[in-house]
Design a protein around this ligand. Structure first.
Ligand code: SF4
Length: 458
């Protein structure tokens, strides 16, 4: 049966990925662009790429995702995409009137070698880009990298094109949130406000991809970081870049461009990583952490100690974006679970290096692999089963075939809806995540345990 997926026999593969644990660069670039207020993401390539990227984001966020395309046909493939992009910019500003257009490339336009800055400069000269309107761009070839690379490249483009230093320091901290849900971005803003720190966060998809139903469709919802906010990032006290793969390049770029000190953090998932985030806010802004935030943390720690017996020693397989897997692994270790398999489809040696730092001591038998796929993870699970699988929707075949409790986490989640409303970052996010993990573990226990362990008497 197709859903069975594979046999247990592991064969070494070097040139083939089956059920890859990543998707292509422009998806991440498109997602990042949606986090700028009044921005039209523009896909410089064929319509098929743009349609796939929009539909993947729409299926994940359950919101209409707008984006325009250069609509390459055979002509552009031979003569280059300059005419297409010029016409596209003219149409976009005439019909949709965005404040800013964020152009990303596709495999095809990268292979052709289109020089986007030159094309945009010519478009501006020809009047296709009106006075006062902004066009930024990121190169996002999909034959290298992943959606996380595309996201990182577009966030770096925001810094390269927009961040400015006027010489007057503002009492604000930049937060680059990483490839996370709108609810996570909302939670980071809430937590920073609770600590008493003004932040500028970009990109910020809260209010864009989790907006309320008002009865009126807005092409450009009022959420997102404004261009003015992103510009001001060059004057702020410091930048907290969350996630090595999604945010650190942009944080470093802002440091070298505008002399804003960068703190390179991991995603604040779990107690320790959230402590680091809160502590960085506290020390840069020179404030005391208020009691309300300490109490939030205390409730999380209480929950973890109350439920410890259900988590201890459970074997877990984790797959997803490298920043997610690194951060999630730390939470699992805090719960004294055993992340025995940890893979990502993205590449970058930092993943395996950091994962070995985390796991070599407490879980020396752990298998860690970058540039991996879910097919191989499935084969490992067939050989040595786990008690829990955590990954995106693409893990559901594995969970069903192996009859393993399953928590959906990361991107994309195509077959559930409310994930965009529940943060997994911060102390509150950890409570939500622990609740999800606990529920699937206890459901399994109720299903399989002897009657004496059923915890309820008839
Ligand atoms: S991998 Fe390349 S060709 Fe395929 S959808 Fe992504 S950008 Fe388009």
């Amino acid at each position: 049966m197709m859903l069975d997926g594979t046999t247990a026999e592991v064969a070494n593969r070097s040139a083939l990925r089956i059920n890859p644990a990543k998707t292509c660069q422009p998806i991440g670039a498109m997602y990042a662009s949606l986090g700028i207020q009044g921005c039209m993401p523009h896909s410089h390539g064929s319509q098929g790429c743009c349609a796939y990227h929009r539909s993947h984001l729409t299926r994940h966020f359950k919101e209409p995702v707008m984006a325009t395309t250069s609509s390459f046909t055979e002509g552009a493939s031979v003569f280059g995409g300059m005419a297409n992009l010029n016409q596209a910019l003219k149409n976009i500003f005439t019909i949709y009137n965005p404040d800013i257009v964020a152009v990303h490339t596709t495999c095809l336009s990268e292979v052709i070698g289109d020089d986007i800055p030159s094309i945009v400069a010519k478009a501006r000269e020809s009047g296709a880009v009106p006075e006062g309107k902004i066009v930024i761009h990121a190169n996002t070839p999909s034959f290298v990298g992943s959606h996380v690379t595309g996201f990182a490249n577009m966030v770096s483009a925001m810094v390269n094109y927009l961040s400015e230093s006027t010489g007057e320091t503002k009492n604000q901290i930049n937060v680059l949130p990483g490839y996370v849900e709108p609810a996570d971005m909302r939670e980071l803003k809430r937590l920073a406000a609770a600590v008493g720190v003004d932040i500028v966060m970009f990109p910020d998809t809260s209010g864009v991809l989790d907006g309320p139903l008002t009865g009126e469709y807005e092409l450009f919802p009022r959420g997102g970081a404004t261009v003015e906010q992103i510009k001001s990032s060059g004057d702020n006290i410091a930048t907290l870049g969350l996630g090595h793969f999604a945010s650190h390049i942009a944080a470093a770029t802002l440091e070298s461009k505008c002399n804003v000190p960068a703190a390179f953090l991991e995603l604040p998932i779990g107690v320790t990583a959230t402590d680091r985030f809160v502590d960085a806010l506290r020390s840069y802004a020179d404030v005391e952490v208020p009691e309300a935030v300490e109490n939030e943390r205390g409730r999380l720690v209480d929950l973890m100690s109350d439920l410890h017996q259900y988590f201890h020693g459970k074997r877990v397989a984790v797959s997803g974006d490298p920043d997610h897997v690194i951060a999630l692994t730390q939470l699992l270790l805090e719960l004294e679970m055993k992340p025995v398999y940890a893979i990502t489809g993205s590449t970058g040696n930092q993943f395996e290096k950091r994962m070995h730092e985390l796991l070599d001591g407490p879980v020396p038998e752990a298998k860690i692999k970058q540039n991996a796929d879910l097919f191989e993870l499935h084969q490992w699970m067939k050989n040595e089963p786990v008690d829990l699988l955590i990954t995106n929707t693409y893990g559901k075949h594995i969970a069903r075939t192996e009859d393993v409790p399953f928590v959906r986490f990361g991107f994309p989640i195509l077959d559930r809806a409310a994930h965009r409303y529940y943060p997994t970052l911060g102390y509150a996010g950890a409570i939500n995540l622990i609740n999800q993990i606990l529920n699937v573990i206890l459901d399994r226990k109720d299903r399989d345990c002897p009657e004496a362990w059923y915890e309820l008497v008839q």
